[in-house]
Design a protein around this ligand. Structure first.
Ligand code: 6PG
Length: 464
């Protein structure tokens, strides 16, 4: 039997997803704290309106749905998810499934899965990417939960998902928290890619003194080439935006303080906890943090010295290559984190499949992901993306451009935290003999921690 569909949380994303579900032939019962959003949705739904049912409480929502039920939560992560589960549990029937489609912390999802299953019901933690447009016409969905919960819902989730050449961008990736973890890392990569793009925008704006209308064409052009991706596309469109009130470029009127809801930060925290470096993603999170200290930055801009030369002309091909290489390295870091988590939690993640379901619908969709999925389908040396033939040669061809862009930016005093982290990470991972011999020497000097030698087996101390 196909489950009947319900939705708690009818905001922007919820409304869009409800229409998507309805359009795919399912009736859907709706509940929202503020009922007026449901009225707005139904009155604007046209032909789909008869499929949408407004309910006045969680209890009424459950009562309005035939069994078995599948109830999607699209409410803010944290307290609201917990409260929705609290409200649902007393009314459910065995066979019902709660689907959390928000950006929940995967540890919460693990705990909630256990709780809901112990109460006799099923739980799926689904990372949903693609914003409003994705929710309406096809998001990318990363599913975590038991196979028994996934299988009956697979047809409806495949129907509403984005399609890449016909292949639905949804997959069951592992148990309980696996889907939300993969979505978290997706967002970490999203943060990194957005930050590197913002850095290049900054070089053109502040290094070359270009107006938005003189930067936009570059992004439009890049979107036709190897950088082809949703984020490059919308960057060009953001730069084209004109404020209808003042006639000025919209971007010039936006306050330079970035918000963040947690997923980027969680990626970095989990990476470090698992002994992984996520330096490009960390730089992106750090940049958002510093962006919020606007008053301090403005004071510092008057006090702290700038270099003598503050302008430069950047080679456009170099900027394009720098973004390409930076993007590859951010993905490489993201997939390392996924591998570490997969091993720690015994998830057996399918990296190729993850790259495949990111090819359409989600925010980080890009031409590159098709190549990444193919690389993971082949036998990767040490399981590392940057060692795949195709990626190694791409890096070799374009890394010089990244070096030149970063060097130029540093010389004129413009910040490129994510791009410079990318090049440093590249140089670290390809250094056959690193500099940790010195760290070991220091540790042994002050704490007698011992070290291993290159020329013989055993644990040694130095002559200091
Ligand atoms: C997506 C986005 C989406 C949302 C995040 C971004 O994949 O569709 O990642 O989930 O935009 O909330 O998070 P910040 O608000 O932290 O930028």
């Amino acid at each position: 039997t196909t489950a009947s569909m319900g939705l708690i949380g009818v905001g922007t994303m919820g409304s869009a997803l409800a229409l998507n579900i309805a359009e795919n032939g399912h009736d859907i019962a709706l509940y929202n704290l503020d009922p007026s959003t449901i009225d707005d949705l139904i009155s604007g739904a046209g032909d789909l309106a008869p499929r949408l049912t407004k309910t006045e409480s969680v209890e009424a929502l459950v009562a309005a749905m035939p069994t078995p039920r599948a109830i999607v939560l699209l409410v803010p992560a944290g307290g609201p998810v917990e409260a929705s589960i609290d409200a649902l549990l007393p009314h459910l029937t065995p066979g019902d499934t709660i689907i959390d489609g928000g950006n929940s912390d995967f540890r919460d999802t693990m705990r909630r899965t256990e709780r809901v299953e112990a109460a006799g019901f099923q739980y799926l933690g689904v990372g949903v990417s693609g914003g409003e447009e994705g929710a309406r016409h096809g998001p990318s969905m990363m599913v975590g939960g038991s196979k028994a919960s996934w299988e009956p819902l697979r047809p409806v989730l495949e129907a509403i998902a984005a399609k890449f050449e016909g292949d639905p961008c949804v997959a069951h990736l592992g148990p309980d928290g696996a889907g939300h973890f993969v979505k978290t890392v997706h967002n970490g990569i999203e943060y990194a890619d957005m930050q590197m793009i913002a850095e290049v925008y900054g070089l053109l704006r502040d290094g070359e003194g270009r107006k938005p209308s003189e930067i936009a064409p570059l992004f439009h052009c890049w979107n036709e080439g190897t950088l082809q991706s949703y984020l490059i596309e919308i960057t060009g469109k953001v730069l084209d935006g004109v404020d209808p009130e003042t006639g000025k470029p919209m971007i010039d009127l936006i306050v330079d303080q970035a918000g963040q809801k947690g997923t980027g930060r969680w990626t970095v925290i989990e990476a470090i906890r698992m002994g992984q470096s996520a330096s490009v993603i960390e730089a992106a999170v750090g940049a958002r943090v510093l962006s919020s200290e606007r008053v301090v930055r403005q004071a510092a801009s008057k006090v702290l010295a700038a270099p003598d030369t503050t302008t430069a002309i950047f080679d456009e091909g170099d900027l394009e290559s720098a973004l390409m290489v930076g993007r590859i390295l951010a993905y490489a870091q993201g997939f390392r984190i996924l591998k570490a988590a997969s091993e720690e939690f015994s998830w057996d993640l399918d990296y190729a499949r993850i790259a495949e379901i990111w090819r359409a619908g989600c925010i980080i969709r890009s031409a590159l992901l098709d190549d990444i999925s193919q690389a993971f389908r082949s036998d990767l040396p040490h399981g590392r993306l940057i060692l795949a033939d195709e990626f190694a040669s791409l890096l070799e061809t374009h890394i010089g451009a990244l070096r030149r862009v970063v060097a130029q930016a540093v010389t004129i005093g413009l910040p490129v935290p994510a791009l410079s982290s990318a090049v440093s990470w590249y140089d670290e991972v390809r250094q056959a003999r690193g500099t940790a011999d010195m760290i070991q020497g220091q540790r042994d000097f002050f704490g007698a921690h011992g070290f291993r030698r290159l020329d013989k087996e055993g644990d040694f101390h130095g002559p200091w």
